[in-house]
Design a binder for this molecule. Sequence first.
Ligand code: FE2
Ligand code: FE2
Length: 267
Amino acid sequence: MRKVASITGLFDPFTKENLFECLELVKSQNLDRLFILVEGEAEVSIIHRIKIAKLMSQAYRKLKVVTKVKDKYIPSFKSKVADNMEEAWQNLNTATKRYVVANYLYLEQLAHINLREKRYKHVLSVAELSRELAKCHGVNENKAYMAGLLHDCAKELDVNLLESYMDNVYPEFKGVNQNLWHQYVGSTYLSRFFKISDREVLRAVKYHATGEDHSKLGMILFCADKLDPSRGYDSAKTISLCKSNLVLGFEKTKQEQKEFLRKEGLL
Ligand SMILES: [Fe+2]
Ligand SMILES: [Fe+2]
């Protein structure tokens, strides 16, 4: 007779650790089939969590992700692996990572991976403002929110790592002010580490500090970053100009940035 069992959990998300847990169970219980049952409420919908569990386990024929276990009398196990996306990212396969970012899932946790608390607050605030501006100007709000959350993902990387990215990927920009390196490296990091392939987002991040991307998304990210209310100065007037007229708001923000840099002796 076939020996079957089930394992249940929130699987938020299902990682390689969960996979090993399942395979271990198959082995220790000598199972022919293990049903994986995703259950419970989480911020990420059950539909996405099921899809992720499938992407992670599809190569193993003894594992099957199900939405219901028909036979109530088969042995049932509870997953013991703690759900923690921030740590889990490295434990997802590439197809799953692509699925996660293409569906704008777990973005806040991903944004937290490389940032200290203060900068994390800044990117959250930039993301909110980017989303508001996107709404005003018919831009995809999810894209704007994602770009806002991840625009500074390379800001706190080790300077040697930043330098090696500049040497290898952007030798033509190596001579610019070091404070700007993170925008170029950030864009590459988004595609290599976070598996983001959205060209509009990558380009907006690549020029978020210099304001050279004049697409709507590029202007939105530049303005939201510079006008972020959590920076501690009153930017309300320019924010409202950006909401009513993005191009004028963008020009004003650039002008204000120039004046600021001149005052600080950086220009
Ligand atoms: Fe930045
Ligand atoms: Fe920033």
